[in-house]
Design a protein around this ligand. Structure first.
Ligand SMILES: Cc1ncc(COP(=O)(O)O)c(CN[C@H](C(=O)O)[C@H](C)O)c1O
Length: 338
C-alpha cells in the first residue's frame, strides 16, 4: 500500500534519476581521504556556504554532536533553545558523550532565542559555574525561517561576549528558498553549520558539517572516534551532490503544497491552525474537537500518515503530490464533518 507519508521529510526516497547517478559514483576509502565523491561534496558544501571546510557525516544528530564536541571542551557550556532538536531529540548526546553542559533557554514563537534570555544563561566567570562557550540556533525551526537581521544581531552578541555560534541547519535550504536570501548570507554569521542532505533535499543518508579548517579537522577526528569514519560512501555523497544540483529550487513546491494544505484545513470546523507559521514545508495544527489518536487511526486506514500528539505535524516533501494534498484535505473534511 502506498501511504501519503506526511510524518517527516526524513522519509524522502531517492528518485530514479538520483539512483542512476549513485550507480556511477566514483568511490574510495574515505578514512584515507580517497573517496572522490565525498571530497567533491565536502568541497562543494564549503564553497556554497562560504566556509573553509566541510565534513560528510552519517546523520544530522552526529553532525550536531561533532559541532558541540569540536567547539566545547569537557565541562564547557552551550546555550540553546529548550525546544531545539539538539536539546530535545538527540538523547542529550552532547552532554552524555561530549560532557558539554546544555544550558537551555525558552524559544520564542518565531524560533528565535531572546538575547536577554541568552545573556542571562551565560554563566559568570566563577569556579562555581560552567564556562559558556557556544550558542546554538536552528533554522528553520518547526518550519519557521529565522530573520537574517536576527542572525546578524546574534553574531554581534556572541562576538561581544566572546562566544561561538553554531547553526543546526537541518532545513537550511528550506530557509534559503523561502527567504530568497543566498545560502552564504544565511551561513555567514555562524562559526559552524550542520546541513541535512537526507530531508527535503531527498538524499538517502547524510549531513554536511561546515566550518573552519581547524574546526573540521577536530570534527573529523571525533567522527572517527565515534565510529563514523566511512569507507566507499561516495555512493551516498553522489546522491547528495545530485540533490544539491537538482532538488534545491523544487523545495518551493513543498512550500506551496504545505500552504495549500494549511489553507484547506484552516477553514474546517475543529481545526486550530496559525497560517503565519506555515512558512516552509511544515503544517502544525491542533484539534478543537475530536481526539488526535482517533484522527491518526482514521487517517492511517485511508493511507495517510502524520505525527504528533496534542499538536499535530504534517510535513510535505519530494514524494508528496498535489493530488495527495487534495486527498488529505478531503479525509480531514470527512473526519471533522463526521
Ligand atoms: C532540526 C533538526 N536537526 C537535526 C535533526 C537530526 O537529523 P537526523 O539525525 O535524523 O539525520 C532533525 C531530524 N528531525 C526529525 C524530524 O523532524 O522528523 C526527528 C524529529 O528527529 C531535525 O529536525
Amino acid at each position: 500500500m502506498r501511504y501519503i507519508d506526511l510524518r517527516s521529510d526524513t522519509v524522502t526516497q531517492p528518485t530514479e534519476a538520483m539512483r542512476q547517478s549513485m550507480l556511477h559514483a566514483e568511490v574510495g576509502d574515505d578514512v584515507y581521504g580517497e573517496d572522490p565523491s565525498i571530497n567533491a561534496l565536502e568541497h562543494k558544501g564549503a564553497e556554497l556556504l562560504g566556509k573553509e571546510a566541510a565534513l560528510f557525516v552519517p546523520s544530522g544528530t552526529m553532525s550536531n554532536l561533532l559541532a558541540m564536541m569540536s567547539h566545547c571542551q569537557r565541562g564547557e557550556g552551550a546555550v540553546l533553545g529548550s525546544a531545539s532538536h539538539i536539546y530535545r531529540y538527540e538523547a542529550q548526546g552532547s552532554a552524555v558523550l561530549g560532557s558539554v553542559a546544555l544550558q537551555s533557554v525558552p524559544m520564542q514563537a518565531d524560533g528565535t532565542l531572546a538575547l536577554k534570555d541568552v545573556r542571562a544563561a551565560i554563566a559568570p566567570d566563577d569556579a562555581h559555574f560552567v564556562q559558556t562557550r557556544l550558542v546554538c540556533l536552528e533554522n528553520t525551526h518547526n518550519g519557521k525561517v529565522l530573520p537574517l537581521p536576527y542572525l546578524r544581531e546574534m553574531r554581534d552578541f556572541v562576538d561581544e561576549h566572546g562566544l561561538l555560534l553554531h547553526l543546526d541547519g537541518a532545513r537550511l535550504f528550506n530557509a534559503v528558498v523561502a527567504s530568497g536570501e543566498p545560502v552564504a548570507a544565511i551561513a555567514a554569521p555562524f562559526d559552524s553549520i550542520s546541513v541535512c542532505l537526507s530531508k527535503g533535499l531527498g538524499a538517502p543518508v547524510g549531513s554536511l558539517l561546515v566550518g573552519s579548517h581547524g574546526f573540521i579537522a577536530r570534527a573529523r577526528r571525533l567522527r572517527k572516534m565515534l565510529g563514523g569514519g566511512m569507507r566507499q560512501a561516495g555512493i551516498l555523497a553522489q546522491a547528495a551532490l545530485f540533490a544539491l544540483d537538482q532538488h534545491v529550487t523544487r523545495l518551493a513546491d513543498d512550500h506551496r503544497r504545505a500552504r495549500r494544505l494549511a489553507e484547506g484545513l484552516a477553514s474546517l470546523p475543529g481545526v486550530a491552525l496559525n497560517m503565519e507559521e506555515v512558512q516552509t514545508n511544515m503544517v502544525f495544527l491542533r484539534l478543537t474537537q475530536g481526539d488526535p489518536a482517533t484522527l491518526l487511526g482514521f487517517m492511517k486506514e485511508r493511507g495517510i500518515l502524520f505525527s504528533g500528539y496534542g499538536e499535530l505535524r504534517l510535513v510535505t516533501h519530494l514524494q508528496i503530490t498535489d493530488d495527495d494534498i487534495d486527498e488529505v484535505i478531503d479525509a480531514f473534511t470527512e473526519f471533522l464533518n463526521g
